[in-house]
Design a binder for this molecule. Structure first.
Ligand code: B12
Length: 210
C-alpha cells in the first residue's frame, strides 16, 4: 500500500494519492509511515526534476499533494500524543528560501509532541528571528532550508543571534534536504536534525522533557 502511495505521488496522480492515503489512515496504518512514503515520493520527484523529466509544475503539484496528506494525517497524530507543553520552539525557513513542506512537518510533529511552536514562515531574515526570540522567548530555535544559499542564511542567522547577545539563551537546530552535520559546523548551530522526529528528540532533550 505504501509503495502504491509513493508511486501515485511520484506519477502526479493526485486523486489516487489522496484516496490511498485516506484508505491507509482508515485502515489503521501508522500516520508517520504515511508521511515517510510521501517524503520518499518527493525524493523521486526531485530526481526527475534534476534529470529534466519533470519541471516546476510537477514540483508544485507534489508540494500540494504532500500538504494535503499532511493535513489528513495531522489529527491522527494529535490524538496519539499527549497535550502537556514541554517548552517553546521558534522556527522558520531562512532568508532566500521558500521551501516549507519539511518545516511544516517539523512544526506539527513538535506541536503534537507537546511544544508551543511559533512559526515565522518562509524567507525569514535574521533580524526577524532575533526580534521573535526577544518577544516569544523560546528555549529552542529551528532553522529550515533546502537551497544551497540556505547554508549562508543559517550562518548569518546564528551570527545575528550571537550579536544580539541571545546565543546562550537558546539552543539552535537546523534541518532541511541538503543540510548535514558539516553545515551545522559551518553555521555555528548546536545540532542538525535529519527529520522531524530528530527535531522533536533534540527539543525534548534540550528542555529536559522525557
Ligand atoms: C517541492 C519543491 C519545491 C516547491 C516548494 C513548495 C513548498 N511549499 O515548500 C517549489 C515548487 C515552490 C520549489 C521552488 C524552488 N525549488 Co524546489 N524543490 C522541491 C522538492 C521537489 C521537494 C522538497 C520537499 O518539500 N521535500 C520533502 C520534505 C518533507 O523534505 P525536507 O524539506 O527535507 O524536510 C524533512 C527534513 O529535512 C527535516 N527538516 C526540514 N526542516 C527542518 C528543520 C529542522 C530544525 C529540523 C530539525 C529538521 C528539518 O524534516 C522534514 C520532515 O522529515 C525538492 C527536490 C528534492 N530532492 O526533494 C526541490 C529542490 C529543493 N528545489 C530546488 C530548486 C532549484 C528550486 C527553485 C530555485 C526552482 C526555480 N528555478 O525557481 C525554487 C526555489 C525558490 C526559493 N527561493 O526557495 C532544488 C535545490 C537545489 C539546490 N541545491 O539549491 C531541489 C533540490 C530540486 C533539484 N534537484 O534541483 N521547490
Amino acid at each position: 500500500m505504501s509503495k502504491k502511495l509513493v508511486n501515485a505521488i511520484a506519477e502526479m496522480r493526485e486523486q489516487d494519492a489522496l484516496k490511498l492515503a485516506k484508505e491507509m489512515l482508515e485502515g489503521g496504518s501508522d500516520p508517520v509511515a504515511i508521511l515517510d512514503a510521501a517524503r520518499e515520493a518527493m525524493g523521486i520527484v526531485g530526481k526527475r526534476y534534476e534529470e529534466g523529466t519533470y519541471f516546476l509544475p510537477e514540483l508544485i503539484l507534489s508540494g500540494v499533494m504532500l500538504n494535503q496528506i499532511a493535513e489528513m494525517v495531522k489529527p491522527k497524530l494529535a490524538k496519539a500524543a499527549e497535550v502537556k507543553r514541554h517548552g517553546k520552539v521558534l522556527i522558520g525557513t531562512v532568508e532566500g528560501d521558500i521551501h516549507d513542506i519539511g518545516k511544516d512537518i517539523v512544526v506539527f510533529m513538535l506541536d503534537v509532541n507537546g511544544f508551543e511552536v511559533l512559526d515565522l514562515g518562509i524567507d525569514v531574515p535574521p533580524e526577524k528571528f532575533v526580534q521573535a526570540i526577544k518577544d516569544f522567548q523560546p528555549q529552542v530555535v529551528g532553522l529550515s532550508g533546502f537551497l544551497n544559499l540556505a547554508f549562508d542564511s543559517m550562518r548569518d542567522t546564528v551570527e545575528a543571534i550571537k550579536k544580539a547577545g541571545l546565543r546562550d539563551k537558546v539552543k539552535i537546530m537546523i534541518g532541511g534536504g541538503q543540510i548535514s552535520d558539516s553545515i551545522r559546523e559551518y553555521s555555528g548551530a548546536d545540532a542538525y536534525g535529519k527529520d522531524a522526529m530528530a527535531g522533536v528528540s533534540l527539543a525534548k532533550e534540550w528542555v529536559g522533557a522525557k
